[in-house]
Design a protein around this ligand. Structure first.
Ligand code: K1U
Ligand code: ZN
Length: 176
C-alpha cells in the first residue's frame, strides 16, 4: 500500500472532470486501497480520486470512528430525494484547516458500483448524504469553497497557500 499526495486548492488539476470506470481491475482495487490508507492517515472521512490526481469516478469513505466501515463508490450517481436542504460545517483535505457551512439536500439516493463490480442502491441522510455530495463535487471538479463568497474563497486560498508553503519547508530533506 502507499500514501498518495493530496492536491491542494487552488491546484487546477482539482478542476478536472472524472471519467467513468469501465472495468473494476486489480489496478482500481490497488488505487482504492491506497486511497483508504491516504484518507485514514490524513485523517479524513472521505476521499475522491480527483484529490490524488486520478481522474476517474472513484470515491472512498469511512464515517466510523474505528475505521471499520469502509465504503467504495464507483461511477456514483446521486439524486436528491427532497428539496429541503440542511447546513453542515464542511472540511476538505484539499482545503486544509478551512471549515464553513454549506447547504445541501438532506436526503439523497445513491446508485453506484462496488469493488466487486456489483451495482447497488442506497438512501442516505445525515453525514453520509453530506459527504457523498461533497465527494461527487470533487469528481465534477468542484470544491466546497466554490459555495462561499468570493472574499471567503480568497481568504481560504491565501491560508491554504501559506499552509502548503509551511509544509514544504518542514519536509525533512532526503539524505544522499
Ligand atoms: O473530501 C475530502 O476532502 C474529505 C472530507 C470529507 C468531508 C468532511 C466533512 C463534510 C463533508 C465532507 C474530510 O474528511 S475533512 C476531515 C474531516 O471531516 C474529519 C477528519 C477526522 C475526523 C473526523 C472528520
Ligand atoms: Zn473535499
Amino acid at each position: 500500500m502507499a500514501l498518495l499526495p493530496i492536491l491542494s486548492f487552488p491546484d487546477p488539476r482539482l478542476r478536472t472532470i472524472a471519467k467513468p470506470v469501465s472495468e473494476v481491475t486489480d489496478e482500481i482495487r490497488q488505487l482504492a486501497a491506497d486511497m483508504f490508507e491516504t484518507m485514514y492517515e490524513a485523517p479524513g472521512i472521505g476521499l475522491a480520486a480527483t484529490q490524488v490526481d486520478q481522474h476517474i469516478q472513484l470515491i472512498v469513505m469511512d464515517l466510523s470512528e474505528d475505521k471499520t466501515q469502509p465504503m467504495v463508490f464507483i461511477n456514483p450517481k446521486v439524486t436528491p430525494l427532497t428539496a429541503e436542504t440542511q447546513p453542515y460545517e464542511e472540511g476538505c483535505l484539499s482545503v486544509p484547516q478551512i471549515y464553513d457551512k454549506v447547504d445541501r439536500p438532506s436526503r439523497v439516493k445513491i446508485n453506484a458500483m462496488g469493488l466487486d463490480g456489483q451495482a447497488f442502491e442506497m438512501e442516505a441522510d445525515g453525514l453520509l448524504a453530506v459527504c457523498i455530495q461533497h465527494e461527487m463535487d470533487h469528481l465534477d471538479g468542484k470544491l466546497f469553497v466554490d459555495y462561499l463568497s468570493p472574499l471567503k474563497r480568497q481568504r481560504a486560498r491565501e491560508k491554504v497557500e501559506k499552509i502548503v508553503r509551511q509544509r514544504h519547508k518542514e519536509q525533512v530533506p532526503v539524505k544522499r
